[in-house]
Structures are given as C-alpha cells and as structure tokens.
Write a protein that binds this ligand. Structure first.
Ligand code: HMG
Ligand code: MG
Length: 323
C-alpha cells in the first residue's frame, strides 16, 4: 500500500551556511567586500539566520580569516540573525567583540573527526564548551551545538544512533538552545537517518533540533523527509550547494538552499525565502568562485532566465520545422 507523506502546512526556518561552511572549503578566497556582498544578498532573499564566518585559526582555515572585520562591516538592519562558528575561548571572545547574534560550538560523535578538526577528543571538547556556553548565555547570546558525524566518521566508521542521542542530550544539558545534527560526510540515506533521528528524539524535542546534511551522495533532499515527518523545522543549507569541511576527507557541500526551498514550497510549507533571488545569488557566487553551480534547482532557474522571451515561446509552442 502506498503511504502518503502527511506534512502540516507550516513554517520552516533555514540556517544559511553558504558564507561559512560554504566558503571554508573553496580553493578561491573571496575578498572581504565579496563576502559582505554575498551575505547582504542572502539577507535580501529573506533568509533570517545566516552563519557569517568562523573565529577559528586562520592558519587552519584561511577562508574564514577576517571574520571580525566582516561582522564589523555588515549593516545590522532587518530581522536577519548573524551567527559565528567558535571552537574555544579565544573564538568566543572574538565573537562577543564582533557582536555575533548567535554562536555555534562544534564537536562530533567520533574522536577521530574531532581530533582532526579541533585537536581534542569529544569528551575534552564538552569539558571545554561548558564554561563557554555559560558565558555566552550570561551575555544573552544563543548557543547552537553542532554535533558532527551523526551517521559515520571518515576515520572511525559508522556511528551508533544511541551515541548521537546521548551526546545531543549532553549538549542540550550544557545549555545549547539548539542541536544541529551533522551528516558531515553526506553518507546517510533515509534508512540510516530515520533511526538516528528516532533515537535522538527520545532525548531531545524536535523543536530544539536542526538537521545539517551534506549532499555528497545526493541524498540530502531524501534525508529531509524523515526529519520533516518527525517535526524538525530547522534546516541548515548552503546556497549553490557550496561547502564541505577541510578536515572531513571526501565531504562535499551542504544540501543546496535552492533545493530545500523548492522542496518545502512544493510541500506547501513556508520559508519566507524568495527562490528566484536565492537562485540568482547562487549563480552569482558560483561565478565569483569560478565553480559550477552545485544546485540543480539553481541551474534550472538560471537556464530559464537565460532564455529570451521568443525562444521560450517557441519552446512552449514546439519547434516550427520539427519533424
Ligand atoms: P590548536 O593548534 O590546537 O590551538 O588549534 P592552540 O590553542 O595551540 O593555538 C594554535 C594557534 O592558533 C595560536 O596561534 C592561537 O593563537 C591560534 P599562533 O601562536 O600559532 O600564531 N588560535 C586561534 N586563532 C584564531 N581564532 C581562534 C584560535 N584559537 C587558537 N579561535 C583550533 C585549535 C580549534 C583553533 C584549531 O584546530 C582550529 O582552528 N580548527 C578549525 C577547524 C574548523 O574550522 N573546521 C571547520 C568547521 S567544522 C565543520 O565544518 C563541521 C560543521 O559544518 C558540522 C558538520 O558538517 O558536521 C560545523
Ligand atoms: Mg558542515
């Protein structure tokens, strides 16, 4: 029997990763002005949460250098909240000085990835985070906890759902307002994502969860469905499918924001995002980076806008001399 997907018509919150997760793995570095223009364009698309940059070591991730200057340059009009990724106290202090609206601390389910990424194991990272969360909250800054390798680790192999659930609960107990569940290397399918989510939902309510799917194996859109069916309404995505983690070998970009918006609008859900503007921004930044547009929705919309009106007419009428 065919099982229909029943999703309530409602609002989904997108967290745009393009300027951070998106750019951190790109070989071509954008100038400060280009990064600023990128973020301003994204805000104009209606995106209300944008991760602007990262206060990490510029030697490790040169693409994120100058994130302080970027925050300084951004006009703070409008409803958009600007977030920053932070690995330690030095990063937190920089994010506070930059007046980040939100910070994201990041750890993982596996020691292999955590050590490669931030030089310490999972337990040590949680010990490090505790006072950081307290300090941020004392200042009224919301803290998102990223939990990477929720499906598998490039070094340690598959992750057990119970492990994800236990760590998500600990991040919540530390005081994170939201836990972003990262399939860092994009290997999940609904067959592995659904049991992982079921385990986590035993410990953490859907309203406190976000999903962060990388699209390495093209499963990102499929993986959103079990998340939506389970009531998760916060989705991380990256325009033009930019991104990847320099410390996760083989990982490609996040699920493209254009794909997410197209899917959600198609399901009758609301995002507050203008898809045409978003697609134009994805095409613009892809050209700036000298790379193909990684969003199929973006490519399709771009191809449509490139057709002149008479050509479009001919296509819809059929070619006059065909056959
Ligand atoms: P370390 O070498 O262990 O730290 O790095 P250290 O304390 O020994 O410091 C070494 C140097 O880094 C010093 O500078 C520090 O000042 C500097 P030096 O004396 O050599 O000139 N340093 C910093 N500089 C700027 N900002 C800071 C900072 N801290 C120290 N906050 C560290 C430890 C965590 C800094 C390093 O390993 C690092 O920066 N890692 C970055 C990793 C990263 O950005 N990965 C990508 C983001 S995570 C991701 O993409 C996954 C996610 O998307 C979710 C998913 O997909 O699953 C979130
Ligand atoms: Mg990521």
């Amino acid at each position: 029997m065919n099982k229909e997907i029943h999703l309530p018509v409602d609002q989904v919150s997108l967290v745009e990763m393009g300027p951070r997760d998106g750019l951190q793995n790109e070989p071509r570095l954008l100038s400060l002005g280009q990064r600023q223009a990128f973020i301003e364009r994204l805000a104009q698309c209606g995106l209300q949460r944008i991760e602007v940059g990262a206060f990490v070591s510029p030697k490790r991730v040169p693409q994120m250098a100058d994130s302080a200057a970027l925050f300084e340059a951004l006009p703070r009009r409008g409803p958009t909240r600007y977030g920053a990724l932070v690995p330690n106290l030095q990063g937190l202090q920089a994010a506070i000085a930059a007046r980040a609206d939100e910070i994201g601390l990041f750890t993982a389910c596996s020691d292999g990835f955590t050590r490669a990424n931030i030089g310490i194991g999972v337990e040590e990272s949680l010990i490090r985070f505790a006072p950081l969360v307290q300090e941020a909250r004392r200042l009224g800054i919301k803290v998102r906890g990223y939990l990477s390798t929720v499906i598998a680790c490039p070094f340690d192999g598959p992750t057990k759902p119970k492990r994800v659930a236990a760590l998500a609960e600990r991040l919540l107990d530390l005081g994170c307002h939201e836990i972003s569940l990262g399939d860092t290397i994009g290997v999940g399918t609904p067959g592995t994502v659904a049991p992982m989510l079921d385990a986590v939902l035993h410990e953490v309510p859907a309203g406190r969860l976000a999903v962060h799917f990388h699209d390495t194996y093209g499963q990102g859109v499929a993986n959103l469905l079990p998340a939506l069916e389970r009531g998760i309404r916060t989705i991380d995505c990256s325009v033009a499918g930019l991104g990847g983690c320099p410390y996760a070998p083989g990982a490609s970009g996040n699920i493209a924001s254009e794909e997410v918006v197209y899917l959600l609008h198609g399901l009758g859900m609301q995002t507050g995002v203008n898809l045409d503007k978003l697609a134009a921004t994805g095409q613009w930044v892809s050209e700036l980076l000298g790379r193909p547009n990684g969003s199929r929705v973006g490519q399709a919309l771009h191809a449509r806008t490139r057709q002149s009106p008479p050509e479009r007419h001919e296509r819809t009428q059929g070619a006059p001399h065909a056959g």
